[in-house]
Design a protein around this ligand. Structure first.
Ligand SMILES: NC(=O)C1=CN([C@@H]2O[C@H](COP(=O)(O)OP(=O)(O)OC[C@H]3O[C@@H](n4cnc5c(N)ncnc54)[C@H](O)[C@@H]3O)[C@@H](O)[C@H]2O)C=CC1
Ligand SMILES: O=C(O)C1=N[C@H](C(=O)O)C[C@H](O)C1
Length: 257
C-alpha cells in the first residue's frame, strides 16, 4: 500500500512504524509542527506520482487535530485518496465533513477508536446495557481517563460508548458531558472525563443498582493497538469505494453482521 500520514505526532509515528513493519510504503508525512515531517501542509506536498487510481490507490491515515478536518477530507477526495480518519472531536459536523468523499466515491473509514479491544468493548458494553435495561434496576454512566496532552473532551471513544448505551437504555436520551452543579436528571447519561499523566486511554462503564455495581473497563496499555487497527483498516478500505464507520471493518473482522 502507498500511504500518506497526516498528523505526525504520537499516533502518526506509531502508524509509520507499523506500516513499515507490514511492508507498506510511506510516501509522505504531513504536519505543521512535528520535526521530521515531509511537508507542513497538504498544499505544500508535491504531486504524488503515479496519481491515486482504483488499481494503485494512495491511502491516507490521519490522526491529527480537528480544526482542519473539513478541508483535509475534501483534499483527499479531490485527489482520489482513500482514507482512515482517526482524528476525534468533529462528531458535530460529521455529515458535512464526509460529503466530499461520498461524492467522489473514494473509500473512507472513520472512528473514535481503531483498537480491537475497544471495539470488543463497544459491543460488550452495549450488550450489558441491553440486559440491564430489561431489569429496570440499573442506572448507567461512562468515565474516561487520558494523558494530560489530550485536547478534546470527552474522548471520542467515551462518546461512542455513550451513544451505544443510549440506544439500549429506554429511560435515557441525552449525553451529559459537563460537571453538574445540580442533581442529574434520569434521562441524562453522565460522561465523566479526567486528565492525568500519561494514560493512553481508559474507559469504564458503570451499571449501578441498589444491590450492586457492574463495572466494565477497557484499558489501553500502549498506542500500538490503535495504530495496528488503523493500518489494518487502511488495508481494508484501500480497495473499497464507500464511506463507513469503523464498526463495518470490525463486523468483517469479528464476522458479526
Ligand atoms: N481513533 C483512534 O483510534 C485514536 C484517535 N486518536 C486521536 O488522534 C488524534 C491525534 O492523537 P495524537 O497523535 O495522540 O496527538 P498528537 O498531539 O501527538 O499529534 C497530533 C499531531 O497532529 C498535528 N496536526 C494538527 N493539525 C494538523 C493538520 N491540519 N494537518 C496535519 N497535522 C496536523 C499536530 O501538529 C500534532 O503533531 C487526536 O484527535 C486523538 O484523539 C488517538 C488515538 C487513537
Ligand atoms: O487522544 C488520545 O490519546 C486518544 N483519543 C481517542 C479518543 O478520543 O477516544 C482514542 C483513545 O482513547 C486515545
Amino acid at each position: 500500500m502507498r500511504i500518506v500520514i497526516v498528523g505526525y505526532g504520537r499516533m502518526g509515528r506509531e502508524i509509520e512504524a507499523i506500516s513499515r513493519e507490514r511492508g507498506h510504503q510511506i510516501l509522505a508525512t504531513v504536519d505543521p509542527l512535528a520535526p521530521g515531517a515531509t511537508a507542513a501542509s497538504l498544499e505544500q506536498l508535491p504531486p504524488l506520482e503515479p496519481a491515486s487510481t482504483l488499481e494503485n490507490p494512495v491511502t491516507v491515515i490521519e490522526f491529527a487535530l480537528p480544526p482542519q478536518i473539513r478541508e483535509n477530507v475534501a483534499y483527499y477526495a479531490r485527489h482520489g485518496w482513500h482514507g482512515v480518519i482517526g482524528t476525534t472531536g468533529w462528531d458535530q459536523e460529521r455529515e458535512e465533513v464526509l460529503r466530499p468523499a461520498r461524492e467522489a466515491g473514494t473509500g473512507l473509514v472513520y472512528g473514535s477508536n481503531f483498537s480491537v479491544g475497544a471495539n470488543l468493548f463497544f459491543r460488550l458494553s452495549r450488550y450489558a446495557a441491553r440486559l440491564a435495561n430489561k431489569t429496570g434496576a440499573y442506572d448507567s454512566a461512562v468515565m474516561e481517563l487520558h494523558h494530560r496532552q489530550k485536547q478534546d473532551s470527552p474522548s471520542g471513544t467515551a462518546l461512542t460508548i455513550a451513544e451505544g448505551l443510549l440506544q439500549e437504555t429506554s429511560c435515557k436520551n441525552t449525553i451529559q458531558p459537563e460537571t453538574l452543579h445540580r442533581r442529574i436528571e434520569q434521562e441524562e447519561l453522565h460522561v465523566i472525563s479526567g486528565r492525568v499523566g500519561f494514560i493512553p486511554g481508559t474507559h469504564t462503564v458503570y451499571l449501578d443498582s441498589v444491590a450492586d455495581t457492574v463495572e466494565l473497563t477497557h484499558r489501553a496499555r500502549t498506542r500500538q493497538g490503535f495504530a495496528l487497527g488503523a493500518v489494518q483498516a487502511a488495508e481494508w478500505i484501500s480497495s473499497r469505494q464507500d464511506v463507513v464507520p469503523v464498526d463495518e471493518f470490525f463486523n468483517d473482522l469479528f464476522q458479526d453482521q
